[in-house]
Write a protein that binds this ligand. Structure first.
Ligand SMILES: Nc1ncnc2c1ncn2[C@@H]1O[C@H](COP(=O)(O)OP(=O)(O)OP(=O)(O)O)[C@@H](O)[C@H]1O
Ligand SMILES: [Mg+2]
Length: 437
């Protein structure tokens, strides 16, 4: 992609409305544009990151055996009356009336709709276990939308829903999502800690929030300090095996949200306990027949008995993660994207656009990087070098390849690693080999 033909409205100054670093950097890097309180357009750069995150979430859901669907954003109020949540949900629900005076709403979550889909198509124990998910926009009319995409009103969520015949099956489905979440966040370079959580308005008995630690987090969290240097990276999971031992081992290390933490009964000695702030990036629940019963989602057992299906639901804040990753990975100059979610892999900087040698070398590098699948963003604008460096640091691509007339005369280009700031002069071939290797 050539920057001269792209849309990257970067800002030099810090926007005054942004209180936390991720919001500041997303605005400065031209990733989002606010359209109304808590409602954003995703500009080209931001949209690419959102899609990368979405894809990692999708791959790990698929790997864990979940099946993707797409449910609408607009729902009928009738289903929510059936479940009994229409009045309970309160002011966070955006209620809409259509031209025929029918009560509709913009979905804040999808338990009702998915249960309706299930009851309509699944009748017996042969149809379960089943886990269906979608990645769709939600609307919650938050009292105080803030911190950019971290607490928006319209936001992108992955929500999965599991259906099982009995409690043991439902627990296995829960464990699968638990492990899939650890893998998902790890692939984004995040250390997300599963914490015992309150089940809140979704209801039910078992719940974990996946929290990343950050000073700007909205909630206070407590965990054993062993979590801080826990490395779960690349952990392979056999989803067909019994995951309970792994689940037990991981949850035996204390971690709890504010609502669940009881200082008087905390099993961790004070000098081992970490009290920090955290950002909730995922939340999983087991809630049994809370929705299947009122909505009549019944399945027949092998003995012909009718039982309400056992359910769980599993959310990931896809759009919140964009901000969350920036909170976890930035410096004074800007964002530092982990490779897995970076909007482009390499920034190619032409120090003298218009110079025949520089233009030719850059065009060649651009073609070779593209052919190697390493998505370059080529800064071919007629701008000062300083401005190009500042923009490139701000948008945080993992690598920068810097091409100037003086270097080219000696057959070299400069390669910079954004995360460490390390720079080296290399031949064009070695630089390419390093970036694509
Ligand atoms: N207003 C929001 N803006 C962006 N992401 C959100 C918002 N509300 C929830 N999410 C994300 O969706 C995930 C699943 O939704 P869930 O119903 O558990 O949210 P929640 O517990 O109400 O979130 P919170 O406690 O932050 O308000 C959350 O873990 C979070 O990552
Ligand atoms: Mg939650």
């Amino acid at each position: 992609m050539r920057l001269s033909r792209y849309f990257l409205p970067t800002l030099k100054e810090n926007p005054s409305e942004a209180q936390i670093v991720s919001h500041r950097l997303m605005l400065r890097a031209g990733m989002i544009k606010q359209q109304a309180a808590g409602i954003y357009s995703w500009l080209p750069l931001g949209f690419r990151v959102l899609k990368k995150i979405e894809q990692i979430v999708r791959e790990e859901q698929d790997r864990a055996g979940a099946v993707e669907v797409l449910m609408p954003t607009i729902q009928s109020a009738d289903l929510w009356r059936e479940s009994g949540r229409y009045d309970d949900y309160g002011q966070e629900m955006l209620r809409i009336t259509d031209r025929h005076e029918r009560d509709m709403l913009f979905g804040p979550t999808n338990e009702e709709v998915i249960t309706d889909i299930f009851r309509n198509g699944a009748k017996s124990y042969r149809n379960v276990p089943l886990n269906m998910y979608h990645i769709q926009w939600k609307f919650r009319d938050e009292v105080r939308p803030r911190f950019g995409v971290m607490r928006g009103r319209e936001f992108l969520m992955k929500d999965a829903y599991s259906f099982d015949l009995d409690v043991a099956g439902a627990k296995h489905s829960y464990n699968k999502m638990f492990m899939a979440y650890l893998r998902t966040f790890d692939r984004m370079g995040l250390q997300a800690i599963p914490m015992r959580a309150d089940t809140g308005p979704i209801g039910g008995d078992l719940s974990h929030e996946f929290i990343i630690l950050a000073d700007t987090g909205e909630s206070e969290v407590f965990c054993d300090k062993r979590w801080l240097d826990m490395d779960l990276s690349g952990q392979a999971v056999d989803y067909d095996s019994d995951l309970e031992p792994m689940f037990k081992e991981l949850t035996s290390i204390y971690a709890a949200t504010d609502e669940m933490h009881d200082p008087a009964n905390c099993p961790v000695p004070a000098d081992q306990l970490v009290t920090r702030r955290g950002i909730e990036v995922g939340h999983i629940f087991y809630f049994g027949d809370k929705y299947s019963k009122p909505l009549g989602a019944m399945v027949s057992t092998a003995d012909g008995e009718q039982v309400p299906v056992q359910m769980g639901s599993y959310g990931i804040g896809v759009s919140r993660l964009v901000g969350g990753i920036i909170e976890a990975s930035h410096d004074d100059a800007g964002i530092i994207w982990p490779e897995s979610v970076a909007p482009f892999h390499t920034g190619l900087i032409n120090l003298r656009t218009g110079d025949a040698d520089c233009d030719a070398a850059c065009a060649d590098l651009e073609a070779k990087l593209t052919a190697a699948g390493k998505e370059p963003l080529y800064d071919d604008r007629e701008e000062r070098a300083g401005a190009k460096f500042a923009d490139m640091d701000l948008i945080g691509l993992p690598w920068q390849l810097i091409v100037g007339p003086r270097g080219l005369k000696n057959g070299v280009v400069e390669l910079k690693r954004r995360a460490t700031g390390e720079r080296e002069e290399l031949s064009v071939e070695s630089a390419l080999a390093k970036v694509t290797g």
